[in-house]
Design a protein around this ligand. Structure first.
Ligand SMILES: [Fe+2]
Length: 252
């Protein structure tokens, strides 16, 4: 399955490359530029994660699927491969949709990308909500915790969430200053403590491609080649794309 999904290359679990559905690519031409730009940086598989944030960006499911097909057709066989999930803003409405099976989990159906506001303390019941997702069979993947005030001063809270099965996704560009000094410092601290499961681009626009390129170089310096492969290839594949082997094939 690994080869078919992403031969050798990086896998991006968080991007806004679909045309015309949120604050990412505005049209098909820009979407193609973004996808090919990421391919040129080593990504062979992109998971498009349009926002699900009622009142701000909340595209209809049909529009999202149509945009996916449009982008795939425009990219053709040269790729990169584009798959679909969503970035879920954890308010009451989205929480209800996820419970009703109306969220957009990752392709393996075992994990789901969630975000909270970057300002303020975050939802009062965040830990409980994330735990309930986990128990219900969907592993929460927390988008860019380093950018959230709720975690910047409380790295122990991230440790606690990870112990409860929550996965964490670094926004690569935090490493090169996107999001400010607090995000950068927290990103470096969480990397030092080995508290990130995956690294993602959260790409919205062409101008960010150069930042992603710089960020990958910086990440390589911080974690080495094997760390880079883990954060950008092995872990994202395992977390969001692959299915666990059938029980009979699992080691005893
Ligand atoms: Fe995002």
């Amino acid at each position: 399955m690994t080869e078919a999904l992403a031969p050798e290359g990086f896998v991006d679990l968080h991007s806004h490359v679909l045309p015309g559905v949120d604050d990412g690519a505005e049209n098909v031409a820009e979407a193609v530029t973004l996808a090919r730009g990421l391919r040129d940086l080593g990504f062979t598989c992109l998971v498009a994660t349009p926002h699900m944030r009622p009142g701000l960006y909340d595209p209809a499911p049909q529009a999202v699927v149509a945009a996916l097909h449009e982008l795939r057709a425009a990219l053709g066989a040269a790729g990169p491969r584009v798959l679909l999930a969503g970035e879920h803003f954890l308010d009451d409405e989205v929480w209800m949709r996820i419970g009703e099976g109306l969220g957009r989990p990752y392709p393996n159906g075992r994990a789901i990308l969630v975000e909270i506001s970057t300002i303020g303390p975050g939802p009062a019941r965040l830990s409980e909500q994330l735990f309930r997702l986990r128990v219900g069979g969907l592993r929460p993947v927390l988008a860019h915790p380093e950018r959230c005030a709720a975690f910047q001063d409380d790295v122990a809270r991230i440790e606690e969430l990870r112990r409860a099965g929550v996965a964490t996704a670094l926004d690569l560009t935090s490493l090169v200053g996107q999001g400010g000094r607090g995000s950068r410092r927290t990103a470096e601290r969480l990397l030092e403590l080995d508290l990130f499961d995956v690294a993602c681009t959260d790409l919205h626009a062409e101008r960010e491609l150069a930042e992603v390129e710089r960020a990958i170089k910086r990440l390589r310096r911080l974690v080495g080649d094997d760390g880079l492969d883990r954060l950008l290839h092995r872990s994202p594949l395992r977390l969001a794309l692959e299915l666990p082997p059938p029980a009979a094939e699992r080691p005893a």
